[in-house]
Ligand binder design. Structure first.
Ligand code: ADP
Length: 297
């Protein structure tokens, strides 16, 4: 009895305590406190673990508040930039339209360039704001059941002008009756990004194909395929990182300059919906961008 008691008290109890703390720590619930373990090896182990845990927790707190400060800074800076840029854009388009008086062709060309660049800056700021909001967990998602075909047709409708100008055809396979539990506008934003990228990098006369199917794992798998230049295998991960651009659209293309933030935003939004995103591609063989959505019926 004495041996059993000693073994339990000296070995199993401290181990149990340690393992309970480790589990708490894993779920961010670690309450730091020194117990006064006996001067055994286990006691020493527990003390070391306690101080290590405290150090990690302090670093995590510091990182969290730095991240919060960064998001707040981005938010304020973006708002301050967006307002004047919107008024610059308004003025430029008034000048460009000739309402303020005739301007000569070379002047009109310069105004057009300034307008395009202002547009790009506004897009960049909107993208930065979106990303900052998602990271700060301040992007409220309005989940509801929506028809999948409805989301796709609305997205394709919005990109019709772009596809027409680029002479690229968009094909979408309907999935009648399928509904997804998502934030409609945010999933439309993801689809818009993938389809507009596909259009941007596609040669004239080619097609972009959108499909949706339920996989063996029980999730909805959406694919956007194109016949563009493709992406080298070593770049497939990189395109989801901020400001990474591995291909440039054909010169003179309507969507010449992107922000390099579209895919990181799409990735964050898909993750907010509990899904995953990726790309399968080979140079010269087009790309298949895909994402999954777990909630469908
Ligand atoms: P942006 O399109 O604004 O540059 P994204 O984050 O949407 O930024 O895309 C990042 C990069 O990934 C693009 O600049 C391009 O190099 C590559 N990319 C994205 N989609 C495609 C595609 N369909 N075909 C080839 N390259 C692509």
């Amino acid at each position: 009895l004495l041996i059993t008691y000693t073994v339990r008290a000296r070995v199993f109890r401290p181990l149990e305590r340690l393992s309970r703390r480790m589990k708490d720590f894993l779920v961010d619930r670690y309450s730091f406190q020194f117990s006064h373990p006996d001067a055994s090896e286990l006691g020493e182990l527990q003390r070391t673990f306690n101080s290590l845990a405290q150090r990690v927790i302090n670093t995590m707190d510091e990182l969290k508040s730095l991240n919060q400060a960064k998001s707040e800074f981005l938010n304020i800076a973006s708002h301050e930039l967006r307002t004047p840029l919107t008024s610059i854009k308004g003025s430029l388009s008034l000048i460009g339209s000739g309402v303020m008086g005739e301007i000569n062709p070379s002047c009109a060309r310069l105004v057009k360039i300034a307008e395009t660049e202002t547009d790009r800056l506004i897009r960049l700021i909107n993208d930065l704001l979106d990303l900052a909001k998602i990271e700060a967990g301040k992007l409220p998602l309005a989940h509801a059941w929506h028809s999948w075909d409805g989301i796709v047709s609305k997205t394709v409708e919005g990109l019709h002008g772009l596809a027409h100008e680029a002479e690229v055809q968009i094909k979408a396979d309907p999935v009648p009756g399928l509904e997804v539990f998502v934030d409609h506008d945010r999933i439309q934003q993801v689809l818009t990004n993938l389809i507009s990228n596909a259009i941007k990098f596609s040669p004239q006369g080619s097609w972009v194909h959108i499909t949706a199917e339920i996989t063996d794992y029980g999730v909805l798998l959406v694919k956007v395929k194109d016949q563009g230049p493709g992406i080298a295998p070593e770049d497939c991960e990189k395109v989801f990182q901020r400001f990474r651009q591995v291909n440039t659209p054909q010169p003179g293309h309507i969507l010449l300059k992107g922000t390099g933030l579209g895919l990181p935003i799409a990735k964050a939004l898909v993750a907010e919906h509990g899904g995953e995103i990726g790309v399968e591609s080979e140079l010269g063989k087009g790309s298949v961008f895909w994402f999954t959505l777990p909630q469908w019926r």
